[in-house]
Write a protein that binds this ligand. Structure first.
Ligand code: AMP
Ligand code: ZN
Length: 490
């Protein structure tokens, strides 16, 4: 099956086509680094990592930009309220620069812990100020901007398709906004491209507004300012990837404001479509409740570790839901995901226990090999069907089910290895890395135990089993002999 994806832009599931053959220009809205990411945030990055892996399985080279928002994301979507970074700085007793560095580094470490592929370009908004200002300049020259007391705004009435992407009702917005919106704005949906530092405001992060983008007739109290969050993504995406992206991803929360604004300003500046595909992940909730630090359920990766769960257990939990449906984070579900991963690792460890039987011959085409190789294709097919991860997981369960209780000698080593490689490449669960072979000493000990069992020396057999248990390995005896597997928590 060829890759197809649900496109928010067209509201249909379409065959994916890139502009250049075999190259995908992909932009992912990254985190605002004013705090640790919680499990909900991480879900988004796990889903988009699956997209990258699926593209790679389809032989695409992925040129991917992910931003780190380290300035300008205000606590409210209405272009007022505090900058999240400046707020985080007050909370932690640090500067906004220190806060951004600390949580930005923690984010990159978390990407590694979850085995998320590092994007080709990870860009900080504060390192792209010139590109952002030049985008404002282009928009100003084309007549899309106006200046008011607190910043330079985009006039959404000048972009007639503004409401289309999210199906917004702009009249209702106008009717509802009278009380709350900054009445210097021409339309409630207008948004700040560049904000001015306010009189009396003390900011750690601010830059001088170039005179040529300031309104000659305007009256600004200070020339210092900072970019709006929406501007950052457009500027970084277009600077690195060009005017038209193949795919742009983000959370469903981004559709009505952030992505709508990215489209308006990018397309007004370039005159061409900003992205051919838009993909949005739904939210992971906790039994239907929002996940957030203030509700006490905003668990971090460290919190999960403290409760005995690994990052990859959580990755499995996220993959169990389709990216476009609401996920459910509970410790019960996490436990089930952990058990599933544990089972898969036990199967992965069988590749070391096949005793080099005839069934590893190259020419062999018995049923077992055929099932293993067909499973590889079925996984890619499931992912090609709009990233259907739950289906991919059940395909794997089914294939692995055939090994339960079987003799390791029945396992086709090469077939299993190839299947494990496909699973690791597409789902990033590190089945191979987490299940290395046991040592020669341990193998020797297994032979000793086998001899003890043949001699009905159960005491010695149990004693050796205990030695393995201390080393984090469980031995299981069945009618075919012994099978070892690693214990949970690796
Ligand atoms: P933020 O740092 O607030 O911009 O959020 C980072 C990313 O996490 C954004 O792409 C959000 O769409 C996403 N996000 C936030 N909460 C959740 C959640 N509960 N489930 C899935 N994605 C989320
Ligand atoms: Zn963005």
């Amino acid at each position: 099956m060829a890759l197809q994806l649900h496109n928010t832009l067209t509201k249909t599931t379409e065959p994916f086509v890139s502009q250049q053959p075999n190259i995908v220009k992909l932009y992912t809205c990254g985190p605002t680094v004013y705090n640790y990411l919680h499990v909900g945030n991480w879900a988004a990055y796990i889903y988009w990592d699956t997209l990258v892996r699926t593209l790679m399985a389809n032989d695409y080279t992925v040129n991917r930009v992910m931003n780190i928002t380290d300035v300008g994301h205000l606590v409210s979507d209405a272009d007022d309220g505090e900058d999240k970074l400046e707020k985080g700085a007050k909370r932690d007793g640090k500067t906004a620069w220190e806060v951004a560095k600390y949580y930005g580094d923690d984010f990159l470490k978390g990407m590694d812990r979850l085995n998320l592929i590092t994007p080709t370009h990870v860009t900080k908004a504060t390192e792209y100020i010139d590109q952002q200002l030049s985008l404002v300049r282009t928009l100003a020259e084309k007549g899309f901007t106006y200046q008011i007391d607190d910043g330079i705004y985009f006039d959404t009435a000048k972009f007639p398709a503004y409401a289309d992407f999210a199906g917004l009702d702009l009249d209702a917005q106008k009717a509802g906004a009278r009380v709350t919106y900054n009445d210097e704005k021409r339309n409630p949906s207008d948004f700040a491209l560049w904000k001015f530092t306010q009189a009396g405001e003390k900011r750690d992060m601010e830059w001088e507004t170039p005179s040529d983008i300031l309104d000659a007739n305007g009256d600004v109290k200070t020339k210092m300012g900072f970019p709006g969050w929406h501007l950052e993504c457009s500027a970084m995406a277009m600077d690195i990837l060009g005017d038209t992206l193949d795919i742009h991803t983000g959370g469903i929360d981004h559709i009505p404001v952030h992505h709508t604004n990215e489209i308006a300003q990018s397309e007004s500046a370039s005159g061409v479509r900003f992205s051919n595909f838009w993909l949005h992940n739904n939210f992971v909730k906790s039994n239907g409740t929002k996940i957030s630090k203030s509700l006490g359920n905003g668990y971090t990766l460290d919190d999960l570790n403290e409760k005995g769960y690994s990052e990859l257990d959580y990755r499995m939990l996220v993959l169990q839901s389709h990216y476009s449906s609401e996920g459910n984070f509970t410790f019960e579900n996490l436990s089930a995901a952990q058990n599933r991963l544990q089972h898969w690792r036990a199967i992965a460890a069988l590749r070391h226990q096949t005793h080099d039987t005839l069934s590893n011959d190259d020419g062999i085409t018995d049923d077992k090999v055929v099932i293993l190789l067909a499973t590889k294709q079925a996984i890619v097919n499931a992912l090609n069907d709009n990233l259907n991860t739950p289906l991919a997981l059940s395909v794997i369960d089914e294939a692995f089910g055939q090994f339960d209780g079987k003799a390791p000698a029945d396992v086709h080593e090469r077939g299993l290895n190839q299947l494990l490689e496909t699973i690791d490449e597409t789902l990033g669960l590190k089945l191979i890395d987490s299940t290395p072979d046991i040592s020669d000493d341990q193998k020797q000990l297994l032979i000793e135990r086998q001899r003890a069992r043949e001699a009905k020396d159960w005491a010695k057999s149990d004693q050796i089993r205990d030695i393995f248990a201390e080393q984090g390995i469980t031995l299981r005896d069945n009618q075919h002999g012994v099978v070892w597997e690693y214990d949970q928590g690796r």
